[in-house]
Design a protein around this ligand. Structure first.
Ligand SMILES: Nc1ncnc2c1ncn2[C@@H]1O[C@H](COP(=O)(O)OP(=O)(O)OP(=O)(O)O)[C@@H](O)[C@H]1O
Length: 652
């Protein structure tokens, strides 16, 4: 058997459509039959002027003479019976129905259905097929393609390979797939057409197009998962996790969402400025005045201005003596860093029955302070003998990043303390309560440089406490013992960094950044990995959102009670097919009549429907007496028409 030409240069024209390869060698090939091909001028000559497979297996006619003389009618070059040299056409008898000149005054034609595509008669009228068609061998034979179709399919197939090469949704290969499904899928003849542009049907309220034209019909709707791939599966293997957000991430997000929406009836003020529904976040009964010199309280609250959730920190019993002190908040508002909890506002209030000052910060649900995370009742590294070194480096790098921003703005953090650093998600920390001390304890005697040096010293103290797993390790009398412990458990690099921070040898953030540069790069790499993983997760949900909209459409259309008595709604025409299609997608049964619950099948069908591909499907009536052969493309149009009908009468 001559080898089939298939190159990237356009000769792919004769590459069989995917269905051929998928269905095996017995499926008929779209290659031209020898008898016809001898006479048919090779299309590559027409397009490229030559055929690189001339004499190497291409079965078409490559004789330039035959093109000139119009062999086979010469129609492939437009030089057949009728061409530019033909004499002009004069009818031998005058036409009977001549259009009257009055027709010029006729009203212009306005299509009733707006821009909706014209219905295809064949598709609107389902053709009952007798049950003997269940002999699927009939369907295994794809229609022979003419040269034009073949060329088109070749191009389309080449394009399709870009995003769909692995055929991840081939139901015929799915291990979960039943024979009933396989039969239906085997009937498929994949002839992707260039007309399918799912976003170009401007009537769809779910897919409002932003651009009206595409030069290439991009097939956006084929599912193509992106790296990183957590599991190595074969192309035909799929599991439920490949379609949805991972369980752990989903649970974490759900729990955060639940915490954010929590409300509580309490004796707290019902509102503070534009904030309402206060929920206390500070559960510890002991109030320490160590950081601010005052007791502080934290509440979650909703804003009436933007409906976002914020954390309000109240400093109890503070009386503002100088109005200018609060202005520094404006400077702090401009300090934006991924490692700082952003401050938004501050004002004084007497609503708590005393004179307090309230600072507004971003709210990070379910966050813990480093003090709670490492020394609270459920420490995060309870199982291990000491905190892993990479965790401590990550803390150092993140807090150095916060200090770089703060010091670079001409400010000092002044709140580096284990109880003022929030762990907002895994290994992700943010410096909290920035700006408070500049308002309530402005100290003109201490200049900015002193405060910045103090920031480094405090950072050293925090890291020493975490490395030794004890807040008491930082006292001057324990220092030598603590450093010995760090020297034994961790690398000399970490020991030196902690020691120089603690002893005040670090003078500025740029110098310090150079010392920890290798760890900054390591952290940067880790955060890019994490970003990739999250993007991959996001990508899965993107597909699900689209499919959910499609399922919603089906739900809107099927089994509408108000049309129950209208036989035209669900038992005839398009809607009947939609109903059967719904059965095909969701209500499949295996050979023994048992329900098939296979989400891979559902996702596959919905993706194909959304893409509106030409693949054929067989829909069987519920009494099994009739079968209908239709295509996803027709189903897509039917559903769209039915949905548009609903919209015409309904309220949105
Ligand atoms: N911006 C915020 N978003 C979400 N939760 C926060 C925020 N700020 C603080 N919290 C939470 O509120 C709780 C109390 O925080 P706080 O800073 O008062 O710690 P603390 O250990 O009680 O300190 P102190 O003893 O100084 O009051 C902590 O569990 C913390 O996670």
């Amino acid at each position: 058997m001559a080898e089939r030409p298939s190159t990237a240069s356009g000769d792919r024209a004769r590459t069989p459509p995917p269905s051929d390869r998928r269905l095996g060698a017995h499926a008929s090939s779209p290659r031209p039959r020898t008898k016809d091909s001898n006479n048919t001028v090779c299309r590559n000559l027409t397009i490229y002027g030559y055929c690189r497979y001339d004499g190497k297996g291409c079965a078409f006619n490559h004789d330039p003479q035959s093109q000139k003389t119009g062999l086979n009618g010469g129609n492939s070059l437009g030089r057949g019976k009728f061409n530019v040299d033909s004499p002009s056409f004069t009818p031998s008898t005058p036409p009977k129905n001549i259009i009257s000149p009055k027709a010029v005054d006729a009203a212009p034609f306005t299509p009733r259905a707006g821009t909706a595509p014209p219905p295809m008669i064949g598709a609107l009228t389902p053709t009952p097929v007798q049950p003997q068609f269940q002999d699927t061998t009939n369907f295994l034979m794809p229609q022979p393609m003419d040269q034009q179709q073949s060329y088109h399919a070749g191009l389309q197939h080449g394009f399709d390979n870009m995003g769909h090469g692995d055929n991840v949704f081939s139901p015929t290969k799915s291990p979960l797939c039943t024979n009933a499904m396989k039969n239906a899928a085997a009937m498929a003849s994949y002839e992707y057409t260039s007309q399918v542009n799912p976003y170009a049907q401007g009537q769809d309220i779910f897919y409002q197009p932003t651009q009206s034209t595409y030069t290439i019909p991009l097939n956006y709707l084929n599912y193509a998962p992106i790296a990183p791939y957590t599991q190595k599966l074969l192309t035909f293997q799929k599991n439920i996790h490949s379609f949805f957000l991972s369980d752990n991430l989903r649970e974490e997000l759900q729990r955060k969402s639940e915490a954010a929406r929590q409300v509580l009836h309490s004796s707290l003020p019902s509102s503070l400025n534009e904030y309402h529904s206060l929920v206390p976040l500070d559960m510890s009964p002991q109030k320490s005045t160590q950081t601010f010199g005052y007791s502080s309280w934290v509440y979650k609250a909703f804003s009436t201005e933007d409906a976002h959730i914020y954390a309000l920190r109240r400093i109890e019993g503070f009386r503002l003596s100088n109005e200018n002190d609060i202005r520094v908040v404006q400077r702090w508002k401009k300090v934006t860093s991924a490692n700082i909890v952003t401050i938004h506002n501050a004002w004084t209030t007497t609503k708590f029955g005393d004179s307090s000052i309230v600072f507004v910060y971003d709210y990070h649900p379910l966050s813990k302070t480093l003090m709670e995370a490492h020394f609270g009742p459920n420490p995060i590294f309870a199982g291990s003998r000491h905190v892993p070194e990479n965790v401590i480096w990550s803390y150092i790098v993140q807090l150095a990043s916060a200090l770089k921003t703060i010091h670079g703005t001409g400010l000092a953090a002044r709140v580096l303390d284990l109880s003022k650093v929030l762990l907002t998600s895994k290994m992700r920390i943010r410096l909290n309560c920035v700006g408070i001390l500049d308002v309530i304890a402005s100290d003109p005697a201490k200049n900015l440089t002193d405060n910045q040096l103090e920031d480094f010293r405090k950072l050293g103290e925090m890291m020493l406490a975490i490395a030794c797993n004890s807040p008491l390790a930082v006292t001057p009398q324990n220092f030598t013992k603590s450093m010995d412990y760090v020297g034994k458990q961790y690398s000399s690099g970490l020991r030196e960094v902690i020691q120089s921070l603690y002893q005040g040898h670090v003078k500025n953030i740029d110098e310090f950044s150079k010392v920890i540069a290798p760890h900054i790069l390591q952290n940067f790499n880790a955060s890019l990995h994490s970003e990739d993983a999250l993007e991959s997760e996001l990508h899965k949900e993107l597909e699900n959102g689209r499919l959910f909209r499609l399922v919603s459409k089906l739900g809107f259309i099927n089994e509408r009670p108000e049309f129950d008595h209208d036989p035209r709604w669900s038992e005839t025409g398009d809607r009947y097919l939609i109903k059967l299609f719904r059965d095909f997608v969701f209500h499949s049964v295996d050979e023994a009549g048992h329900p098939v619950v296979d989400i891979a099948h559902v996702v596959t069908c919905l993706n194909k429907l959304d893409a509106g591909i030409d693949e054929k499907i067989m829909l069987v009536s519920r009494d099994s007496l009739n079968c209908f052969v239709t295509s996803y493309k027709d189903m897509k149009r039917n559903i769209e028409n039915a949905f548009q009908d609903l919209l015409k009468n309904g309220r949105r």
